[in-house]
Write a protein that binds this ligand. Sequence first.
Ligand code: SAM
Length: 237
Amino acid sequence: MNAKDLSIRLQKAAEFVPQDARLADIGSDHAYLPVALMLQRKISYGIAGEVVVGPYKSAQKQVAKYGLENKIDVRLADGLEAVSLSDQVSAITICGMGGVLIRDILQRGKEKQRLSGEERLILQPNVGERQLRQWLISEGYTITNESIIEENNKVYEIIVADKKSNQPTYTDKEIFFGPVLLKTKAPVFVGKWQHKLNKQEKILNSLHQSDQDVAEKIREVMQEIEWIKEVLADAGK
Ligand code: SAM
């Protein structure tokens, strides 16, 4: 196994892991990410954290298959309880979950003093990117990189966050689209928002027909449609 055996989504997340990192991969079903990175000598130490017994055992098996038991610890734990400050983790990956779940794992980890603030966060939410960015920014993180990829007809965003001394100010629009993604406007990004525009327009139509009090929701969807149209116009679409 090497990095090429990873899904495109995990390969992209792996690219943001710094050379020689001490990595904690949380929600590490099969431990694919730490094992691949250890085999390519990109990380010096790994923790594969899993809360569910089945995936935890799969992670143990994968680590044993490559004889990496001395270099990767597989731990059965909820979220960041898999790590302690003495592990001196320098990068954390949390991939393949909803953004709100990732945010809650980070928040609980912060409350339980599992984050030193020195570690790079590499996050791949399947949905709920905005809520996750909101948390990162309110906690003083700088979004230092982002990427967007398509695999098996699904679009995935990867968000990289580091604590820096001078945090930039972010607009609501940047938090919504992703500050780096908004600047780059890659073709996958443009495609995602073209698709989303159609969906939001349909939602707006049905909201207009609703007999409930949906005025706030209508305002929110209209704002999003306006932003999406601006972004697509900027991208020449
Ligand atoms: N990270 C892998 C990937 O991206 O391919 C696996 C993604 S899988 C969809 C999500 C994994 O996260 C599952 O194995 C699940 O058991 C685990 N998980 C969910 N909540 C967790 C938590 N609070 N702490 C640790 N693991 C968790």
